[in-house]
Design a protein around this ligand. Structure first.
Ligand SMILES: Nc1nc2c(ncn2[C@@H]2O[C@H](COP(=O)(O)OP(=O)(O)OP(=O)(O)O)[C@@H](O)[C@H]2O)c(=O)[nH]1
Ligand SMILES: [Mg+2]
Length: 240
């Protein structure tokens, strides 16, 4: 049998009782066990007022309570506690293809990659993204490409598959943005750090379960402002 690979699945969640169960159930644990991958599921809960924590625990996940607000804040806390050799992320709203992550992990291993981000636009499911969101995402991705010369189509995708070791070569986790810009920031860091092999892969997006947390205009503007600010801020990353 092949050597054990530890996989940590890190999922931020706030009031996602409608999507969290479906999200966790989609993971093909049978395949992982067959491959001798040991899977831990970490739910970083932002003090949900519904049954998110109970549902997550009943599905075998470990719940980390992070009361401080923010998508990025949740990831900073969750990633610091993830012990896997490989980390997989995604939302708790059943939009990301957790049913396919075993093939993504296999791809990371087979191609000796350090970081993969998923392009949701390759196969958007009907009704999964409003026209307004699509336009916003397009504008943000264009800005990121121009400012950082990183060739990715989907700068806001929340599903990444990467080696934990890569985190040791980018800027310290704590200096990342606490809000939604965390998503674009991790891609900029991974794609612009020499020595890190990063790739964007085709993926999909399903229709959301439960209430939207994103505030389109406010978050879109914050993400845009963040890109310009980061462009002129000196990097804090270590080199290989
Ligand atoms: N712990 C924690 N999780 C959060 C917070 N804000 C958002 N999340 C979670 O982070 C994930 C991303 O948030 P979403 O509201 O789905 O944002 P989005 O995917 O850009 O927008 P949608 O198109 O509505 O899905 C979801 O699983 C949320 O529950 C927060 O402040 N704390
Ligand atoms: Mg979402």
């Amino acid at each position: 049998m092949s050597e054990t690979l530890k996989v940590s699945i890190v999922i931020p969640a706030i009031n996602e009782e409608r999507g969290i169960g479906k999200t966790i159930d989609a993971i093909n644990r049978e395949y992982c066990t067959h491959q001798n991958w040991e899977v831990e599921i970490l739910i970083v809960d932002g003090d949900s007022q519904d049954k998110t924590r109970e549902v997550a625990t009943s599905k075998g996940a470990r719940v980390i309570l992070e009361k401080r607000k923010g998508y990025g804040r949740a990831y900073k806390t969750g990633l610091a506690q993830a012990t896997g050799d490989v980390i997989v992320t995604g939302d708790a709203d059943a939009t990301y293809p957790f049913d396919t992550i075993h093939t993504y992990i296999q791809q990371l291993l087979d191609h000796h990659l350090d970081f993969m981000t998923t392009d949701r636009f390759s196969s958007l499911k009907h009704g999964s993204m409003t026209l307004q969101h699509r336009f916003g995402n397009l504008a943000l991705a264009w800005t990121l490409r121009l400012l950082f010369l990183v060739n990715i189509r989907d700068s806001q995708s929340g599903m990444w598959i990467f080696r934990r070791e890569a985190l040791n070569h980018i800027q310290p986790l704590e200096s990342f943005n606490d809000g939604m810009p965390f998503s674009e920031e991790i891609k900029i860091e991974m794609f612009t750090t020499p020595g890190i092999k990063a790739r964007e892969i085709p993926s999909t997006l399903y229709t959301r379960e439960g209430q939207v947390k994103l505030e389109s205009f406010k978050d879109g503007y914050k993400n845009l402002k963040f890109l310009f600010k980061k462009r002129v801020t000196p990097s804090q990353k270590k080199t290989f």
